[in-house]
Design a protein around this ligand. Structure first.
Ligand SMILES: C[S@@+](CC[C@H](N)C(=O)[O-])C[C@H]1O[C@@H](n2cnc3c(N)ncnc32)[C@H](O)[C@@H]1O
Length: 254
């Protein structure tokens, strides 16, 4: 296992405590509706790429004939099997997203929820190309990526909160940086480091740019409106719209 796969594996045990959950009640997430529109329980194949502990697998198993649950972290796959082992149409595969060669042109709908986070941009692009190859012509690629622009948004709200409390500007900035956990980010490159795991966070323009470079067409983006309940340092910002991640949908040319 690579270092990152090992670290993700270790993170599996307390995954729900440590990571943002796009399936919480109160989150406005376009993914379930989009999956329902693409459902094909008679003959469709879906792949959950970077399936983690498997929160999406029951939905995919209901909507598709065959489901491939792919992750490079054994600890994640173990928990996904425990959670969904009884689903007869789910197959588990330990693989990196950078090498999906055995799936070539087998997948009708590929889904990647918060797993397109490979910190090396060359590997991120290799993953996107291998996902493109895994899709049948006319296949669909859907997912969610963590948004770096939403961290800038939270920062703006936190600076304004501190200014309302009459903090001088340098203190207001320090306060915002603390609550938005700036120490974990490199904003210029969209890097986020937590529990030793390095993740890429995305700007919306980068989603369009990299998906098109990998050969995808009709790239569309929507916000996943997260829940303020997931942001500990901001209980009094609840009157403002919550931070977001980016939902995308794209196609491989028929
Ligand atoms: C933030 S979790 C998201 C898990 C799941 N999709 C969900 O929504 O709960 C990211 C997942 O992607 C997996 N992952 C990250 N990089 C990967 C890679 N290069 N190949 C395969 N899986 C990867 C991790 O092991 C982890 O399970």
């Amino acid at each position: 296992m690579s270092d990152q796969a090992h670290l993700w594996s270790k993170a599996a045990a307390s995954y729900e405590l440590d990571f943002i959950d796009p399936y919480l009640p109160g989150v406005r997430n376009p993914l379930p509706q989009a999956l329902e529109e693409l459902a094909d329980p008679q003959k469709g194949t879906a792949a959950d790429l970077g399936c983690g502990v498997g929160p999406l697998l029951p939905t995919l198993a209901k909507h598709f004939h065959r489901v491939l649950a792919v992750d490079f972290a054994e600890g994640m796959l173990k928990r996904a099997r425990e959670h969904c082992g009884e689903l007869p149409n789910v197959e588990y595969l330990r693989r990196s997203l950078t090498d999906l060669a055995p799936l070539a042109e087998q997948v009708d709908v590929a889904v990647a929820v918060n797993s397109l986070v490979l910190p090396d941009v060359g590997e991120l692009e290799a993953a996107l190309r291998s996902i493109h190859r895994a899709l049948r012509p006319g296949g669909h690629f859907l997912g969610i990526v963590p948004a770096i622009d939403a961290v800038h948004y939270s920062t703006m709200l936190l600076v304004d909160r501190a200014r309302r409390a009459d903090m001088p500007m340098d203190k207001a900035r320090q306060n915002a940086a603390h609550h938005a956990e700036h120490a974990l980010y490199d904003f210029a490159f969209g890097d986020f480091r937590y529990l030793g795991i390095e993740q890429h966070f995305w700007q919306p323009f980068e989603v369009r740019y990299r998906l098109r470079r990998a050969g995808f067409r009709r790239v569309r983006l929507k916000k996943v409106h997260l829940s303020w309940s997931q942001f500990a340092g901001a209980p009094d910002l609840k009157d403002e719209p919550p931070p977001w991640d980016w939902f995308f949908q794209a196609e491989k040319q028929p």
